[in-house]
Design a protein around this ligand. Structure first.
Ligand SMILES: C=C1C[C@]23C[C@@]1(O)CC[C@H]2[C@@]12CC[C@H](O)[C@@](C)(C(=O)O1)[C@H]2[C@@H]3C(=O)O
Ligand SMILES: O=C(O)CCC(=O)C(=O)O
Ligand SMILES: [Fe+2]
Length: 339
């Protein structure tokens, strides 16, 4: 496996630091999808942590993953000037330190890809004109494989929660209009002489249904536990896939699952290269609790919105904001409905 050793990003302006934590996430739920108890393990992990790790998955070849990682490394090794040709991200494209449109920064550079052919055809930058054909092909192959795994997981969730039809969730990301995206992140190892404990990607929840993180063997990913204050660091495992519950799945399960707050710290010794698939629904999809899941007289905890409305609203927020909070029903609204 090729790992970058030279820090490429040189300016430290505005990048925040954060106290190191010592808690290792030892109780991380580990799931082998072929085990008979996988379904119930996934559902309890989504309720307790909004996070779990899938091991021994046979449907994504490690050869593909390694090839994609080394193409990503080749890209990040280009000169800053060459990389900037693919930026600034709008939201797709190459980004360096700036995350999103509202002033967030982190010790990270990245490529954000759109995976929806319709959006690509309307937004020329989304297709990275001029980028290496190798990288483009590998991203496409990986996204297709990771999407299959994600659909399997979503169908297992549906079975366990008795959601009907069982493809109620998976069809949203299989849909040709699915607004999913894919990200390659590179967190260079900060210079030993510079500040320590740099924040690579600040705390946030992912807005989509579910996201799948795979990284090289470098630490950095941390998740926040249910209490909202305890951070634990996720031991790296380059052969496994880490699933994050997103805001949309929180709404579709009417709060049974919680989207997981997570962040990435730059590792002081090694650079981290990660690839993340964000499974999102079509833009016009109404994000509401799944009817087959709701108990008699259970009310939605959220106001009605489409994915397009949620995304628009998310892009007006800062990374660490509670985006879903804007769509929660207030106590007064429950009173009106006699609860
Ligand atoms: C600060 C921002 C970056 C982000 C869009 C946003 O305004 C708030 C959500 C951020 C996030 C987090 C998860 C994914 O990495 C991402 C692509 C997404 O869908 O929402 C990013 C957005 C981004 O980097 O464009
Ligand atoms: O790079 C990582 O490991 C995770 C990054 C992340 O959470 C994101 O891009 O939304
Ligand atoms: Fe994230």
């Amino acid at each position: 496996m090729v790992v970058l050793s030279q820090p490429i990003i040189d300016s430290l302006d505005q990048i925040k630091t954060c106290k190191p934590i010592s808690n290792i996430f030892a109780e991380i739920p580990v799931v082998d999808l072929s085990d008979s108890n996988a379904r119930s393990l996934i559902v309890s992990a989504c309720k307790e942590f909004g996070f779990f790790k899938v091991i021994k998955y046979q449907g994504i070849s490690m050869e593909l993953v390694n090839k994609l990682e080394s193409e990503a490394v080749n890209f990040f090794k280009l000169t800053q000037q060459e990389k900037e040709k693919y930026g600034p991200p709008n939201p797709f494209g190459y980004g360096n330190k700036k995350i999103g449109p509202n002033g967030d920064v982190g010790w990270v550079e990245y490529l954000l890809f759109c995976t929806n052919p319709q959006i690509i055809s309307q937004n020329s930058n989304a297709n990275f004109p001029g980028i290496s054909e190798n990288l483009r092909v590998l991203v496409k192959e990986y996204v297709s494989a990771v999407r299959n795994m994600t659909c399997e997981v979503l169908e297992m969730i549906a079975d366990e929660l008795q959601i009907w039809p069982r493809d109620a969730l998976s069809k949203l990301i299989r849909d040709e209009k699915s607004d999913s995206c894919f990200r390659l992140n590179h967190y260079p190892a900060p210079s030993p002489a510079g500040p320590h404990n740099l924040i690579g990607f600040g705390e946030h929840t992912d807005p989509q249904i579910i996201s799948v993180v795979r990284s090289n063997n470098t630490s950095g990913l941390q998740i926040c536990l249910k209490d909202g204050t305890t951070w634990v660091s996720v031991p790296p495992d380059h052969t496994s896939f880490f699933f994050n519950v997103g805001d949309s799945l929180q709404v579709m399960t009417n709060g049974r699952f919680k989207s997981v707050k997570h962040r990435v710290m730059a590792d002081s010794m090694k650079s981290r290269v990660s690839m993340i698939y964000f499974g999102g629904p079509p833009l016009n999809k109404k994000i509401t609790p799944l009817s087959s899941l709701m108990e008699k007289d259970e009310e939605s905890l959220f106001k009605e919105f489409t994915w397009c409305e949620y995304k628009k609203s998310a892009y007006k927020t800062r990374l660490g904001d509670n985006r879903l909070g804007l769509f929660e029903k207030s106590a007064a609204q429950f009173l009106v409905h006699g609860i």
